[in-house]
Design a protein around this ligand. Structure first.
Ligand code: ADP
Ligand code: MG
Length: 349
């Protein structure tokens, strides 16, 4: 079916939605505690935790979050409580994002990717999106199409992980304030195993690059984008696009070390700028957002943990106004259609 962009968005369901902030404490690891000092952070209940006060070790500083996931929390529990609730919005033309934030070594990749035995947020969320679409298919008059992109932002450069020869792609914003990356691979996926076929080798691309390039993965953002487009089966073929961003952020310690020189300083700045651009689409703007702040209990992480908790506490103030992006797909003559699409520019994100 030919599609022409006519309407841009409908703000009928503009609701305020705060960024949901969860904190996950990973289990204490002996090998991360050479001095045998024990943990400096502990959970109090499902929303509260405390950390030793460095000014006065007899005191603690307490924090309150939307959710606190203690060291015994399973991958399934993190998914059910912090991620699953936002996924349904993506089928209704709204954006949702899940960010893993925190110092290197605190569990971001474990949370997002996990392992074969303990799959993380990414495989669980993608599976659930397919389940939701299948469940909806039967009951409503929409056709759904799901696609994926997978990219890495390192040093202000975008690397297409689905097509590693594409380096340094630009990040653009169209007139409707949609963030998009011209040239970024966007593959249609029809099942979870289809997703896995593309995702697994692409993740290996990232791991290989990281060992060659000196801990690159700790200084880059890995962003998986799952796009759900639904088109009404009846005229005028309304079309809604929802985007789900699943993001394994660069280590938060980079943002704090202002004394860095040379390449490190450049990397820190780049992380902030690219994150800012990204956040227009997925954090402060139109999305239902979840930030999972990962922290580690050992003293060697103490100051990074402290600043990550303070950043997370501030993030609770961010307010989102999610809205539905809708266009009307109408049949048009092929010539005119080509011209219209040219005018509309890329919408490939
Ligand atoms: P990051 O991506 O933030 O640098 P990782 O996810 O690589 O951190 O975690 C660092 C180490 O801690 C890894 O060996 C990982 O398997 C382990 N780990 C992290 N979180 C957990 C957890 N919740 N349970 C068990 N092991 C964990
Ligand atoms: Mg990692």
């Amino acid at each position: 079916m030919a599609a022409q962009r006519v309407t841009v968005s409908s703000d009928g369901n503009k609701k305020i939605s705060r960024v949901r902030v969860a904190v996950r404490l990973r289990p204490y690891l002996d090998k991360e505690d050479e001095k045998g000092e024990g943990p400096c952070v502990r959970g109090l209940d499902k929303q509260n935790l405390e950390i030793v006060n460095w000014r006065n070790a007899t005191e603690t500083v307490k924090y309150h979050f939307d959710a606190f996931h203690g060291e015994k929390t399973t991958q399934q529990e993190v998914f059910l409580s912090s991620v699953k609730p936002v996924l349904s919005h993506v089928l209704n033309g709204q954006n949702a994002s899940v960010f893993a934030y925190g110092p290197t070594g605190a569990g971001k990749t474990h949370t997002m990717l996990g392992s074969a035995e303990k799959p993380g947020v990414i495989p669980r969320a993608v599976r659930e999106v397919f389940n939701l679409v299948h469940a909806k298919d039967a009951e409503e008059g929409w056709d759904y199409s799901i696609s994926m992109s997978y990219l890495e932002i390192y040093n202000e450069k975008v690397l297409d992980l689905l097509s590693p020869s594409s380096q340094d792609l630009p990040i653009r914003q169209d007139k409707d304030k949609n963030i998009f990356i011209p040239g970024l691979t966007n593959v249609t996926i029809s099942s979870f195993s289809d997703f896995d076929t593309h995702f697994v080798p692409a993740s290996l691309n990232r791991t290989t690059a990281s060992t060659k390039m000196n801990q690159r993965s700790s200084r880059s953002h890995a962003i998986l984008l799952i796009k759900v487009v639904r088109t009404s089966r009846v005229l005028p073929h309304r079309q809604q696009t929802g985007k789900l961003y699943l993001v394994d952020l660069a280590g938060s310690e980079d943002n704090r070390r202002t004394g860095n020189q040379g390449i490190r300083l450049k990397e820190s700045g780049a992380i902030n700028l690219s994150l800012f651009t990204l956040s227009k689409d997925s954090l402060g703007g139109s999305a239902h957002s979840v930030m999972i702040t990962n922290i580690a209990p050992e003293y060697k992480y103490y100051f990074d943990t402290f600043s990550a908790l303070n950043f997370a506490a501030k993030s609770k103030m961010i307010v989102n106004k999610p809205f539905t992006r809708e266009t009307v797909a109408v049949p048009v003559l092929p010539v005119k259609r080509a011209r219209e699409e040219h005018k509309a520019g890329g919408s490939g994100s």
